[in-house]
Design a binder for this molecule. Structure first.
Ligand code: SAM
Length: 313
């Protein structure tokens, strides 16, 4: 059985949802504003004869007519980065500002890290962490190509993250670098929403994996809230539809840490659905409706989940 059928009760149009999940994903690039402007990047693509269409919600996110991302000079020079359209949403929700301290808990291979760096105008301190050393090489390579210089790379399990070299840390006295303005948790997940790019995820899907990765997600999100300063923001995102990995994780952390879910500015032209408060035998905190779900048939993208939390104390 196709595991996606379990989400029929959540979607407005099951047939359109399942049909969209089988179509190949459009090829999309993000303009890297650390190295160029949207206008110059578009001119370069025109000169190269690469056909594209601007998405109707972001001037710097371009849909290519064929999958030439990665094969033209604007890409090699770091003017463009191949990034799935919907995966640009978490950084938009995070809204990082130049000069801030930002932690990207699960950063490799760095699409969102480099997008965050560009939104920070490459100013301030961005810590890009991942527990997988091999994937960190891809992060370093992307950061280098895209000209990111405000990045510190760390290789830790985000559930126990600490930056001891920068200051002694106790629960009462966080280390010097352990009061971030903003933190992104783009969590490891069962990746159901990437089925248009990688249909194998559905063959490999098991409920055991959903449950085990949900445990890791809860640990990472708790740590993210703990190291964010009062009034700071934490964004939680996954590329999966499973409520066990989305609303249930938020519900767990809302009960244990001093934080609350807040609305964020979803681009008007992007169709989303609210987080769900009930799933199978479970009920979640009513505020999880502030999270946004994205199904592939809504905007011809992959599937995604994004929520924004504000830390209270
Ligand atoms: C969805 S991917 C991140 C994609 C990345 N944010 C991007 O936009 O390119 C999740 C990442 O979490 C990492 N990861 C898994 N468990 C982790 C943990 N306990 N601590 C830190 N990173 C972890 C994986 O190695 C993987 O690179």
């Amino acid at each position: 059985m196709n595991p996606l059928q379990r989400y029929a009760p959540l979607v407005d149009d099951e047939e359109a949802f399942l049909e969209a999940c089988e179509r190949p994903l459009p090829s999309v690039v993000r303009v890297n504003t650390i190295k160029t402007t949207v206008e110059r990047a578009r001119e370069a693509l025109d000169d190269e004869g690469v056909a594209y269409e601007q998405t109707d919600w972001h001037p710097g996110i371009l849909k290519l007519e064929d999958s030439t991302a990665g094969t033209n000079w604007p890409y090699f020079h770091g003017w463009l980065h191949g990034q799935e359209e919907v995966s640009a949403l978490p950084a938009i929700a995070l809204d990082p500002q130049p000069g801030e301290r930002v932690w990207d808990t699960c950063a490799a291979p760095g699409s969102k890290t480099t997008q965050i760096a560009a939104m920070m105008n490459d100013e301030g301190v961005l810590v890009g962490n991942d527990n997988n050393l091999g994937r960190l090489s891809a992060l370093r390579h992307n950061a280098e190509r895209l000209g990111v210089t405000n990045l510190v790379v760390t290789n830790q399990d985000a559930r126990n993250f600490s930056m001891k070299p920068f200051g002694e840390q106790t629960p009462e006295k966080p280390g010097a670098f352990e009061q971030f303005d903003r933190v992104l948790v783009d969590a490891p997940c069962s990746c159901e929403g990437t089925c248009r790019k990688n249909p194998d995820v559905l063959d490999e899907w098991t409920m055991n994996h959903v449950q085990s990765v949900a445990g890791i997600q809860k640990g990472i999100l708790r740590r993210a809230v703990q190291v964010t300063k009062p009034g700071g923001s934490v964004v939680y995102s996954t590329c999966t539809f499973a409520p066990e990995e989305n609303e249930a994780v938020l519900d767990f952390v809302l009960e244990r840490e001093d934080c609350e879910l807040v609305e964020w500015d979803v681009p008007d032209a992007f169709e989303t659905s609210p987080g769900v408060t009930e799933w199978e035998d479970d009920e979640y905190d009513p505020s999880v409706t502030k999270a946004r779900r994205v199904y592939p048939h809504q905007n011809d993208t992959g599937g995604f989940f994004t929520a924004k939390l504000e830390v209270q104390s």
